[in-house]
Design a protein around this ligand. Structure first.
Ligand code: PGA
Length: 249
């Protein structure tokens, strides 16, 4: 059985006043039977860890450098995230791939660094609209999986997030059939590469315009083990019903 994961990615949003949203989440879900993760901006990471202390809500980073330390102004390493109390880090989000030119190779290096530091890497993949319209989705996904995932992983230190680029922040969501097709494909690839144990135990999240209104139907799709949520994770009032829908699924 894969433990479900509701992950919130705050992106470049959130000031100290936003910590009340984390307080509200831990109050609303004191004893969840799923994993809950919030990835706030780096400026709030330590404070978020303190706010969530003694609760089961995990805190994660949104990116990490592939090296442990060194002359990389503005970057944050995986050991630094770990030291600040994070347990997860998102790597290879499409906004990083687009805004910062990150390649599959870069993402694999970051994922390796995250795992070496004892973090769980949430590795993001997904096709653009052009790629989907050209019927290349599965080929793109296969390429990103082959290039972005490290060879040596465990069932707990890697999570895959399938996020169609055209669904992120747009309110557009693939059909349930389209989501199912890609998630089943990812599962098959994971089993082929890592074997039954790790392949079947690795969680696969869907991300892209998940809202309280569409969460339950998405969570009913096969091989959807949770969600990576952007906009709707910023407010506890929006994220909480998504968490509840995942718990009920
Ligand atoms: P969205 O973002 O939920 O705002 O579409 C998802 C993501 O980018 O992880």
């Amino acid at each position: 059985m894969r433990r479900k994961l509701a992950a919130g990615n705050w992106k470049m949003n959130g000031l100290s006043s936003s910590l009340t949203e984390i307080e509200a989440l831990v109050k609303a879900h004191p004893d969840p039977d799923i994993d809950i993760l919030i990835c706030p901006p780096a400026t709030l990471l330590s404070a978020a860890v303190v706010t969530a202390a003694d609760h089961t809500l995990a805190i994660g980073g949104q990116d990490c450098h592939a090296h442990e330390d060194g002359a990389h102004t503005g970057d944050i390493s995986a050991p630094m995230l770990k030291d600040a109390g994070a347990s997860y880090v998102i790597v290879g989000h499409s906004e990083r791939r687009t805004d910062h030119g990150e390649t599959d190779d870069d993402v694999r290096g970051k994922a390796r660094a995250a795992m070496a530091a004892g973090l769980t890497a949430v590795i993001c993949i997904g096709e653009t609209l052009e790629e989907r319209e050209a019927a290349n989705t599965l080929e793109i996904i296969a390429g990103q999986l082959a290039g972005s995932l490290p060879d040596i992983v465990t069932a707990v230190n890697m999570v895959i997030a399938y996020e169609p680029v055209w669904a992120i922040g747009t309110g557009k969501v693939p059909t349930l059939e389209q989501i199912g097709e890609v998630h089943d494909f990812i599962r098959t690839k994971l089993v082929a590469r890592y074997g039954d144990g790790v392949g079947n135990s690795t969680r696969i999240l869907y991300g892209g315009s998940v809202k309280p209104g569409n969460a339950a139907e998405i969570f009913a799709v096969s091989n959807v083990d949770g969600a990576l949520v952007g906009g709707a994770s910023l407010k506890a009032a929006d994220f909480s019903p998504i968490i509840a829908a995942l718990e009920a699924s």
